[in-house]
Design a protein around this ligand. Structure first.
Ligand code: TTP
Ligand code: MN
Ligand code: MN
Ligand code: MN
Length: 404
């Protein structure tokens, strides 16, 4: 038994952007439970509930030690009645009954499987479930019309649900840099998203592209995409043009959290083992290539060629030589680059909290394009993330500590 006096109380600021949240989490039993309920709420289009659970989870993630007693949580922000009930359940029983029953529910399982298809959101999944579709087999049998993204998503389902490693992200980064160099000299590529925050794996790889000379970046994306396509690197791509300048509401009041940069949602075809290539000695690579190629070159008849091709295809299918990886590309003019980097580094909750802080505490509007001061009625220019934090009156939080 631990007396209340021996249990330290935590003091934590209420906005996630005021806190340093590293990847090291002393309360994963609690954050896993709260995150699952957040995810379930989001999958059911209950956004308010989703955010409440996300904030509670982020708060627990920021605590410096493991929570062992409810009394330690007294006075902490972000913990609503429902979240406290879940935490209490986990602390007392090891698991939350609500989390366990959610995990077991037919609806939750189906929502997870169906939204695991790239291009399928909560609304589509809900409609399919109402039509009796709970898994991929039933979806295939149903004859539902799928759009181009969903067809690709279904085709590469297993690959896209397998976490992307940092090594794979770096290999793709090299390809993107090569693409950008080939179409416009001087262009710069920055890794953003979870990998910039130091995560070891991700669900995709995010890149931001710019050029030091303002205006040079206009029309860059279609050229980059065409180059990638010509080299056979793309399994799927959908490019959306920049709609920032023509938008009526202006950057101060974005219609949604979606930014208006020129962007490309894509699926890359990444050759396996490519990410380890540079760590292998040259000679070893040469030997392997020769060993593999030699038998292929001694082909005398069409029949032999056919056999060989069949063998090759079976070989390729059994240990596939490439995998599909989701990649997001965004192009930003240099004048907005600092805002774009900040906006695309995440985490999603950290971003949401930054915008809430700006609006509620500073009477400013922050987007991935700009920062507008509503009191002074003017835009605040910045060329670095540090400057943006300073404008917002926040201590600078480096990417590795934005894992809220
Ligand atoms: P994600 O790639 O969705 O998330 P992540 O990289 O943090 O994690 P994961 O490993 O699962 O990929 O989003 C990255 C950031 O991009 C996130 O902070 C929000 C931002 N973003 C936008 O600004 N606009 C958008 O339209 C989208 C989809 C993301
Ligand atoms: Mn620690
Ligand atoms: Mn990402
Ligand atoms: Mn992304």
């Amino acid at each position: 038994q631990i007396s209340e006096a021996e249990v330290a109380l935590f003091s934590v600021p209420s906005y996630a952007c005021q806190r340093r949240t590293t990847r090291d989490n002393h309360n994963s039993n609690l954050t896993d439970a709260l995150s699952l309920l957040a995810e379930n709420a989001e999958l059911n289009n209950e956004d308010g509930r989703g955010v409440a659970f996300r904030r509670a989870a982020a708060l627990m993630k920021a605590l410096p030690t493991q929570v062992i007693s409810m009394s330690q949580l007294r006075g902490l922000p972000c913990l609503g009645e429902h979240s406290l009930r879940v935490i209490k359940d986990v602390l007392e029983n090891g698991v939350s009954s609500e989390v366990e029953s959610t995990k077991q529910s037919k609806r939750y399982k189906a929502l997870k499987i169906l939204t695991g298809i790239f291009g399928v959101g909560a609304k589509t999944a809900d409609r399919w479930i109402r039509e009796g579709i709970y898994n991929l087999e039933q979806l295939r049998d149903s004859g539902q019309t799928l759009n181009r993204a969903q067809k690709s998503g279904l085709e590469h389902y297993d690959d896209l649900n397998e976490p992307v490693t940092k090594a794979e992200a770096d290999a793709i980064g090299e390809i993107v840099q090569k693409a950008v160099d080939s179409v416009l000299t001087g262009s710069q590529v920055a890794l953003t998203g979870g990998f910039r925050r130091g995560k070891l794996t991700g669900h995709d790889v995010d890149f931001l592209i710019t050029h030091p000379e303002e205006g040079k970046e206009v029309g860059l994306m279609p050229k980059v995409v065409a180059w990638l396509e010509s080299q056979g690197f793309l399994l799927y791509q959908k490019t959306t043009r920049n709609s920032y300048l023509e938008s009526k509401d202006g950057p101060a009041r974005p219609a949604s959290n979606m930014d208006r940069f020129e962007r490309c949602f894509s699926i890359f075809k990444l050759t396996k083992g490519k990410e380890q290539e540079s760590t292998q000695p040259e000679e070893q690579n040469d030997l392997k290539t020769k060993d593999v190629l030699r038998p292929h070159m001694q082909v005398d008849t069409d029949q032999q060629l056919c056999e060989l091709s069949k063998n090759y295809q079976m070989e390729a299918a059994s240990h596939k030589i490439w995998r599909a990886v989701r990649v997001d590309l965004v192009v930003s003019p240099i004048s907005q680059f600092a805002f774009a980097v900040l906006g695309w580094t995440g985490s999603k909750l950290f971003e949401r909290e930054l915008r809430r802080w700006a609006g509620h505490e500073k009477n400013m509007s922050l987007s991935s394009h700009a920062l507008f001061d509503n009191t002074q009625n003017k835009y605040l220019r910045a060329t670095s993330e540090e400057e943006i934090f300073a404008y917002l009156g926040l201590e600078y939080i480096p990417p590795s500590e934005r894992n809220a």
